[in-house]
Design a protein around this ligand. Sequence first.
Ligand SMILES: *[C@@H]1O[C@H](CO)[C@@H](O)[C@H](O)[C@H]1NC(C)=O
Ligand SMILES: *[C@@H]1O[C@H](CO)[C@@H](O)[C@H](O)[C@H]1NC(C)=O
Ligand SMILES: *[C@@H]1O[C@H](CO)[C@@H](O)[C@H](O)[C@H]1NC(C)=O
Length: 373
Amino acid sequence: MEKQSSVSVVLFLHAALLISTCFGSKSWPSKKQVALFIFGDSYLDSGNNNYINTTTLDQANFWPYGETYFKFPTGRFSDGRLMSDFIAEYAHLPFVPPFLQPGFRQYYGGANFASAGAGALVETFQGEVINLKTQLKYYKKVETWFRHKLGDVEAKVTLSRGVYLFNIGTNDYISPFLTNSPMLKSYSRSRYVEMVVGNLTSVIQEIYSGGGRKFGFINLLDSGCLPGVRIIKPENNGSCLKEVSSLAKLHNKALSKLLIQLGNQLEGFKYSLYDLNSNLRQRIRHPSKYGFKEGKTACCGTGQFRGVFSCGGKRTVKKFELCEDPNEYVFWDSLHLTEKVYKQFANEMWSGRPLNSKSTTGLYSLKDLFQDL
Ligand SMILES: *[C@@H]1O[C@H](CO)[C@@H](O)[C@H](O)[C@H]1NC(C)=O
Ligand SMILES: *[C@@H]1O[C@H](CO)[C@@H](O)[C@H](O)[C@H]1NC(C)=O
Ligand SMILES: *[C@@H]1O[C@H](CO)[C@@H](O)[C@H](O)[C@H]1NC(C)=O
């Protein structure tokens, strides 16, 4: 035991030496790097909510979050890494730090603005999350940083080489069911979807006008089938909540349509679109085909499907059970996925065939977007 650990210390020192020799004193990532800017919700939040005044409902900075890969809680809503962490790795970037993490930083590698619980509408979990509009405001600060560093012209060129990854909307559609907010009752369903997609569109257009050209989108999962949503109506006996799933479906149609439009309208607009909806549904239905034992019940939580959002024992309900091996599960907690499934999605998103492939203008895989087009 003793001997083994000293061997690994030596190995570690060697590795550290090797890294510092390879990269020398160069700051890394450099301004030649294609940056990754991340917007959205808990599926991409690497810890911004650790630094806002919110509740444990929107935080994951306690055990057992992070237990497998990091061995400590980082604020990520998973046992380990998220899709965006794998995308950064494939793009040869270090982990993209949360924008709100204190400390001096340079942004040549990008920044992560995502916030658990956030939606495209400011009303979604209002006061407890960093909504998409505020995420854009933070991005504007980063734009200013680039202009100070590089000048207006070179900043715009550098920002145009960056990739802008989005996962947003699920909270807009599930929050009315989780909180009894009147938002969904005040509008028709199609008008509500129009508002969500409209607010996302404004953010895309703002980024585009600052120079952004390459966008990665993830469509909305079948949110009615989340363990935490299946249990909202006990009389449903645990089947997927159709009202919620159909909103996600409407949204996804509108998103596909929007991207085809933007591809035709905006000069130089390039995008990828990952079909999270059908790829997650496949794994819920046929977990063993993808290397999982359980597709419906979460690893961490309590109650039917472990759908009660209690993982870690720091939220309203304190009781929770934790599975032995998260790698056997699709769902990590009642609303989020395990690192294993996030990695599968990141792999497909990186090089797989994107959705919307009938449209031609501007559609790429994420990998293509990172190659300097
Ligand atoms: C944080 O939010 C709580 C509840 O809304 C409030 O009472 C408290 O003053 C806030 N704290 C800060 C530092 O803003
Ligand atoms: C954005 O959302 C707000 C509600 O938060 C709505 O009133 C507004 O019309 C939406 N904007 C667009 C462009 O759809
Ligand atoms: C729900 O499940 C119970 C027990 O399995 C069954 O008796 C009941 O008929 C089911 N209800 C519906 C609406 O499917």
